[in-house]
Design a protein around this ligand. Sequence first.
Ligand code: CA
Length: 490
Amino acid sequence: MNQNQTMLQGFEWDLAPDGHHWTRLSKEARHLSHLGFTSIWLPPAGKASNGSTDVGYAIYDPYDLGEFDQKGSIRTKYGTAKEYKEAVRKLRTLGIAPLADMVMNHRMGADASETVVCREVNTENRNEVSETAVSKELYTRFTYPGRKGKYSKATLDHTCFTGADYFDDTGYHLYLLDGKTYASDVDHEKGNFDYLMGLDLDVLNPDVKKELIRLGLFYIKKVGISGFRLDAVKHISAQFMREWIQALRGATDKELFTVGEYWSYNLDSLNWYIGETQGEIALFDVPLHQRFFDISRDNDGNYDMGAMFNNTLVACNEPLAVTFVDNHDTQPGQALQSFVEAWFKPIAYAVVLLRGRGLPCVFWADLYGHATGAFKPVRDLPLLLKVRKHLAYGDLYDYFDHDSIVGFTRGGIKEKRNSGLAFLCSNRGDGEKRMYVGNQWAGKTFLCLRGGFKSVKIDSEGCGIFHVSHRNYSLYAPLSLRSLFARFFS
Ligand code: CA
């Protein structure tokens, strides 16, 4: 029996642009393995439009991993190509699969302009395209003068893009390039959400498609990446994305775990995407994140805790759900800010880490704290991670049967000695709940791992009465004090 799989989002938005992050990850790799991480989502590694300070999503040259003097520096925000590859190698050595963040929707920071025929698009309804063609001088030419054709000879021009935006005295304009159409199998917000930002890559152009497959193979073969996190997939043809990952799996005969960022609170949209991509791509459980956020913001505790998993991906399509509490987009100051309140964070993490449904992804800033100290690490995370690694195994018994006090238990497995646990949380009031942990525990004792409550004796029916306090959680496991100390505090 392998240990539970756990993913780390290995960065946050506001990391210092000091060029030291790849070496930081190399240094932390052993500690991360000890905590039980088995995969890590690395930030976008290519050279982006703002060079050494760019988080990476304004991608300019995805082959420049900090190797060429482009956009004002050789290194990226995170370091050099050599340091990136060394971090990947070190993580793999320690059993942590490195996942590359692939930004394939758009490009930014072109090298030169071209005169392009295009038509203006209504920004709020992209199906409304002006009939009048205009000529515009647009920055659509990418020649990568610093890289000089190394790794790929392909350059890009306006034929590689469907759309562009343009600012002038009259404001913000969106243009559809002549002869192009938006992909139809994308999110339907704003009529058609193919266009997000920058220059929208025309992934249906056979040359572009071939080039993006070459790019994926470069990350696998030249860098050593084990899988992918796909950026902004709701803006990219679903069929293209499916064919892209299938081509890479076919060419490498590797599993290539892949999770897409489809940012939608609507479960129907996520399910639609999973259908279109034939289950080849897991998705982040955005509805569950939103639920955590809503519960945490409800100071009166009126939110129905029994409904925690209603209309979430993990409840309806568990094998393809990557659960998370927060990420670089939901953190304070970012576009999708919806940061789960501090009191509820440990509860949300306990739920995703210990319940054994979906693949949990832990956010860097929740583990290490925010770069400038704007928010602190979630103090309980190391304990919860170790409980996941050592104890969170076996049958699941859910008790989401009350509007404020809910919980679950795990029965444990023989292969993991003393595994099994009981979890209870409350968004309003102190309380208790009788929960079944398994007949095999009859007569045994469950210790309260966080302190505050007495140990619980399991009765002859395999049940115990567990306690929790107001806006808090409790965690019990069949451990002695001696083994508790050895496992979690040494
Ligand atoms: Ca697009």
